[in-house]
Design a protein around this ligand. Structure first.
Ligand code: URA
Length: 212
């Protein structure tokens, strides 16, 4: 598994404002979108491309297009939805699938409650988006599901990660032979006893959408 921690002053600035408990929901949403667009730039560095011929007003030359089959972006509902616009801004031709997962707050285990994905993911590059990689339970379940559907190339784009979650994902995908990459804006200190990332930014879904 490859871990890429984005190292850029604009990313660090936006993460700091997101962490601030006084940042209101409209600002939080806007910053998540901006941050994801910056992370998407890193996450798509290995997106598959093909060479095409293009005719400019002056001459014909060889250029690059994103290859078929198109990549698929999969937000994990609900908080991952807040990252979707930023992601498809950079990948407008991508398809979008959905996975609804939530954490049982007592066992901290992930439960799937909605799923809208192609049945055959062979040959597809998948971009899973979920803001908080905490215990890793949700992300592992999502990655394992994509691998079951035939995917072999999965990049998870997250805002914050805990070292425990990164290790859990690493262990879970070991030996699968799949290419799994995590792109994250920052790796924090640890998880607390409630499974929250410390210092983190609180509950990303609540800060995006309110407590519902
Ligand atoms: N999910 C969140 O939204 N925040 C955390 O800190 C951990 C999981």
């Amino acid at each position: 598994m490859e871990l890429h921690v984005a190292d850029h002053p604009l990313i660090a600035h936006k993460v700091t404002v997101l962490r601030d408990k006084n940042t209101d929901s409209p600002t939080f949403r806007r910053l998540v979108e901006e941050l994801v667009t910056l992370l998407a730039y890193e996450a798509t560095r290995d997106v598959r491309v093909e060479q095409v011929e293009v005719t400019t007003p002056v001459a014909t030359t060889t250029g690059t297009h994103i290859a078929d089959p198109r990549p698929i972006v999969v937000p994990i509902l609900r908080a991952g939805l807040g990252m979707l616009d930023g992601m498809v801004k950079l990948l407008p031709t991508a398809e979008v699938g959905f996975l609804g997962m939530l954490r049982d707050e007592t066992t901290l285990e992930a439960v799937t409650y909605a799923n809208r994905l192609p049945n055959d993911m062979r040959g597809r590059q998948c971009f899973l988006i979920d803001p908080m990689l905490a215990t890793g339970g949700t992300l592992i379940m999502a990655i394992e599901y994509l691998l079951e559907l035939g995917a072999r190339d999965v990049t998870a784009v997250c805002l914050l990660a805990a070292p425990e979650g990164i290790e859990a994902v690493r262990e879970a995908i070991e030996g699968t032979g799949a290419s799994v990459k995590i792109v994250v804006a920052a790796v924090d200190e640890r998880l607390n006893e409630k499974g929250y990332i410390v210092p983190g930014l609180g509950d990303a879904g609540d800060r995006l959408y309110g407590v519902v």
